[in-house]
Write a protein that binds this ligand. Structure first.
Ligand code: GLY
Ligand code: MN
Ligand code: MN
Length: 473
């Protein structure tokens, strides 16, 4: 990210162009010859008007819903800026989900862009503000490592973005914010509204979710095909992570969250992303990974594999119990049923089985008691389902009554992801269970006819998983 000579120091450069915090220990002053010639000799950049993107009309409909809910208010939806990783390196930019949802500008959005909905007599007029490309007569383009085009590549033009997104655009310098503005991230009512607006996906979003799942499936195939190399490496979990990432990047995509590659006892750590362990034949490996496509929609899928291709009896028993819980949750999911019923169905199976195995100090019925129970949750502390979309845990600002307690509706997309995790040092379980962690996570689309498992083609029964490994390795 950083290179030598990131700031001009010649007299022609205004002091204000040199941030006070910029390190000076490796500046290469620009000579007069450079400064006299750098602004000349560049070809004109003809203005292009790329075609309107498919998502533009969907974003317009979403803005109309926001507009109707906040008449007469000036609404501000920031994309957010770069987040520092360390010193002068930043994390890759990722636009705020509400911004991407309401503009249709996603993986190629510009940092610091802001969507403003300006109130009119009727409704609102949208304007998208962002940092227009710098003229080559400015020093910015060659001397500013954070935003200069010499450093980060060409920025989009106002006219080009207006054409692609079907929105008026303006330079960020022209943006004026008022104290009365309602801003996503600051105003609770607006923040909640734009989060709840994503609970039911439109046709474009559903197509993007199908795409995200499809390309994620390829990554899982690649992991299975690479198992011999994974086993051979002392940090095989890293290889799993890398293989998945390579698939995402070589398809032009990203990952929607840090890949979990958790082998052996690591599978019991729910968000194990350290991924620095060996992958040992005889163990299970839990892989929780999702590709994020250009529109920023992400899959969120988990499969648990026997490293040597065959489940032991005890591994299979745990695995098939988790699958039974997943299937029960799927069967409970239908339009009109509260979202929380999906979790309850999975919990009935988990409680019944761990009670049968003698792990509970109480009966399954007692464990399922809302107030006094919960003993089975020791082995599955997480929820069974969450909404999924442009964020992996989508609609996080939605009210409980709109989310967990709300009825399922056609167009909702959510996970079903029960698991069983027996920590390596859990004295409440027999030795044979210790160190076994299993999760099966699928991405579900609710339709008027019932749930559709978007990830059903990724092998999920114990037999299918064994056949998958046998076929690809
Ligand atoms: N990958 C995080 C989750 O499953 O919720
Ligand atoms: Mn999940
Ligand atoms: Mn997951």
């Amino acid at each position: 990210m950083s290179s030598a000579g990131d700031t001009a120091t010649d007299a022609k450069t205004q002091p204000s162009e040199t941030p006070a915090t910029t390190s000076t220990n490796r500046r290469q002053p620009f000579g007069r010859g450079f400064l006299d010639t750098i602004s000349t000799g560049w070809a004109d950049r003809p203005e292009s008007h790329p075609p309107r993107r498919e998502q533009a009309d969907f974003a317009a409909a979403r803005r109309a819903a926001v507009s109707a809910a906040f008449p007469g208010q000036r609404l501000v939806i920031p994309a957010g800026g770069l987040a520092q990783r360390s010193n002068d390196t930043d994390h890759p930019f990722r636009a705020h989900s509400a911004f991407a949802h309401l503009t249709g500008w996603a993986s190629d959005a510009e940092p610091d862009a802001v969507l403003v909905l300006e109130p009119q007599d009727q409704g609102h007029e949208p304007t998208l503000y962002f940092r227009e490309r710098a003229d080559r007569t400015t020093s910015e383009f060659y001397s500013d490592a954070a935003i200069g085009e010499f450093w980060i590549g060409p920025r989009p033009s106002l006219a080009g973005v207006a054409s692609e997104l079907g929105l008026a655009t303006a330079h960020l310098d022209d943006l004026q914010l008022d104290d009365d503005d309602l801003t996503v991230g600051h105003d609770p009512a607006l923040t909640r509204f734009v989060s709840e607006l994503r609970l039911v996906k439109d046709e474009y979003e559903i197509a993007q979710m199908r795409l995200a799942v499809e390309v994620t499936a390829r990554g899982f195939d690649d992991i299975v095909a690479n198992l011999p190399g994974v086993i051979a490496h002392p940090r095989g979990e890293r290889i799993v992570e890398g293989v998945f990432h390579q698939r995402a990047r070589s398809d032009g995509n990203a990952v929607g969250y840090e890949t979990i590659a958790a082998s052996g006892p690591h599978a019991c750590y729910l968000h194990w992303t350290r991924n620095d362990g060996a992958v040992v034949p005889g163990d299970l490996i839990l892989i929780d990974a999702g590709v994020e496509v250009d529109s920023l929609y992400t899959a969120d899928i988990t499969r648990t594999l026997p490293v040597n291709g065959t489940f032991t009896d005890v591994q299979r028993r745990v695995y098939e119990t988790v699958r039974e819980a997943a299937d029960a949750a799927f069967a409970a999911a239908r339009p009109g049923v509260p979202f929380r019923a999906v979790h309850a169905a999975a919990m009935e199976v988990i409680a019944a089985r761990v009670a049968e195995w003698g792990l509970l100090p109480v009966s399954a019925e007692e464990a399922l008691d809302a107030d006094q129970g919960g003993q089975h949750r020791r082995y599955m502390v997480h929820g069974t389902s969450h909404h999924l979309g442009i964020d992996v845990h989508d609609c996080a600002e939605a009210r409980r009554e709109m989310y967990y307690d709300a009825p399922l509706e056609p167009g909702m997309v959510f996970t079903i992801e029960p698991g069983l995790y027996f920590q390596i040092d859990d004295l409440t379980v027999p030795q044979e269970l210790r160190g076994i962690g299993v999760r099966i996570e699928d991405d579900i689309l609710m339709t008027a006819d019932g749930p559709v498992n978007l990830s059903a083609d990724i092998p999920r029964t114990a037999d299918e998983v064994e056949a998958w490994i046998a076929r690809l390795t």
